[in-house]
Write a protein that binds this ligand. Structure first.
Ligand SMILES: [Zn+2]
Length: 355
C-alpha cells in the first residue's frame, strides 16, 4: 500500500509498505481525509524532533514513519473480539499512544503519559496511508450529520476544547486568544460553544482575523497597531480578561497576554514553543496570576466535540481551506502551508477515494 512517510528534514516520500494486519482488540481503518498539522510541518522543516530516531518506548519504531494524526476514515475490518465497531462505520481517530502503566496514565492523564507518542508521528502508521490498524479505543464513530471532512478536524478542535475545559474559564468570563491559527480558531469555537460572550483575539494577519470573526470572535485586536493590555482592560470591566489562551508561542505575545489577564486570572499555554521564553515572575506574584500548560486532549474530549458539532453548537467546516489529492501532499500540502501560512487554516489530503 502507499503511505506518506517522513524520512528526515525536508524529506517526505510516498513509499510502498506492507498492509498492516488486524490483531486482537484492533480495528482496520481506510483513512479518507487527513489534515496536515503544525507539528507535521515542524518535523518536516526541522525534525526529526517528535518523531523518534531511537526505538519509541511503546511502538518500538523509528523514522521513516507514516505521517498523519488528524484523520477520519471507514472501518474496513475488525478483530473477532471487537463488537463496538463494524465494517462501514465512519470514524475519526484519537491518536494518543500511551503505556497505561505510568503514574500519569494510572491517574487517567493519558495525554501526559511519560512514554507517550502519537499515531502518525511515533509509529503504528498514520492517516496519510491507504490502510491503518488501530486499537479500538482510538476510534470514535461520527454522528450521521458529521461529514468525513469535518471528522478530520476533530483532533485539532479537541485541543481547543480541552484547553477551555481544563482552564478555570466559567460562564460569563472574558477570554483573550493569542493567535488565530488552527488552534486559536479551535479555542475560539470551544469558547463560543460554551456561550462565552467576550472572546477577544489578538492576531496580525488580516486573513486570520477574518477567520476569527467568522468563528464568532467578539473583538479582534492587532498587536502591531493596538495596545493589547489596555484594550483588554477597556473591553472588560477595566481590569483585564479572566483567562488568556496562548496559541502563538512567541515572547512578545506572551508578555502582553500575561499583563492582559486580571488579578487572580490565568494564562493558559497551548502553543508549542520553538525556544525558551523569558518570564517575569513578579507579573504573576503581584497580581496572583496563574500559568498553566495544556497538552492535547484526554478521553472524552473527542466525544464532546462531536456532540457540539452534531448539535450545531460548532460549525467548523470553514477551517478547511483546501482539499488535495494524495499525490499532491508535498507540493500542494506541506510546501503550500509553508509558503501561504497566513491564508491557510487546514489542508485536507484525500488518503483514499470513497467507493
Ligand atoms: Zn503512561
Amino acid at each position: 500500500m502507499k503511505a506518506v512517510r517522513f524520512h528526515g528534514k525536508e524529506d517526505i516520500r510516498i513509499d510502498t509498505i506492507p498492509v498492516p494486519q488486524v490483531n486482537k482488540g484492533q480495528v482496520k481503518v481506510k483513512p479518507i481525509w487527513c489534515g496536515i498539522c503544525g507539528s507535521d510541518l515542524h518535523e518536516f522543516l526541522g525534525g526529526p524532533g517528535l518523531c523518534p530516531t531511537t526505538p519509541h518506548p511503546i511502538t518500538g519504531e523509528t523514522v521513516p514513519l507514516t505521517f498523519g494524526h488528524e484523520f477520519s476514515g471507514i472501518v474496513e475490518e475488525v478483530a473477532d473480539d471487537v463488537t463496538e465497531f463494524k465494517i462501514g462505520d465512519r470514524v475519526c481517530v484519537q491518536p494518543i499512544i500511551y503505556d497505561g502503566t505510568c503514574g500519569a496514565c494510572k491517574a487517567g492523564y493519558i495525554n501526559c503519559c511519560y512514554s507517550n507518542g502519537f499515531v502518525g508521528l511515533s509509529g503504528w502508521g498514520g492517516g496519510l496511508s491507504e490502510h491503518i490498524v488501530l486499537p479500538k479505543s482510538c476510534c470514535y464513530k461520527l454522528p450521521d450529520n458529521v461529514s468525513l471532512e469535518v471528522g478530520a478536524l476533530i483532533e485539532p478542535l479537541a485541543v481547543g476544547w480541552h484547553a477551555v475545559e481544563l482552564s478555570p474559564y466559567k460562564d460569563n468570563d472574558s477570554a483573550l486568544v493569542l493567535g488565530g491559527g488552527p488552534i486559536g480558531l479551535a479555542v475560539i469555537q470551544a469558547l463560543k460553544a460554551k456561550g462565552c460572550k467576550n472572546v477577544i483575539v489578538s492576531e496580525v494577519s488580516s486573513r486570520r482575523k477574518d477567520f476569527a470573526r467568522h468563528f464568532g470572535a467578539d473583538h479582534i485586536l492587532d498587536p502591531t497597531k493596538e495596545d493589547i493590555v489596555q484594550r483588554c482592560r477597556d473591553l472588560t470591566d477595566g481590569w483585564g480578561v479572566h483567562v488568556a489562551y496562548d496559541c502563538a508561542g512567541v515572547q512578545a505575545a506572551f508578555k502582553q497576554g500575561v499583563l492582559a489577564v486580571r488579578a487572580r486570572g490565568t494564562i493558559v499555554n497551548i502553543a508549542i514553543w520553538e525556544k525558551d521564553a523569558t518570564i517575569t515572575p513578579n507579573d504573576f506574584c503581584f497580581k496572583e496570576r496563574s500559568y498553566m500548560g495544556i497538552a492535547t486532549y484526554e478521553g472524552g474530549d473527542f466525544q464532546l466535540v462531536l456532540n457540539a458539532i452534531s448539535e450545531g453548537r460548532m460549525n467548523p467546516e470553514a477551517m478547511i481551506t483546501k482539499k488535495i489529492a494524495f499525490d499532491e501532499v508535498v507540493e500542494g500540502g506541506f510546501m503550500e502551508l509553508i509558503r501561504n501560512k497566513d491564508n491557510t487554516v487546514k489542508i485536507l489530503v484525500q488518503a483514499n477515494k470513497l467507493e
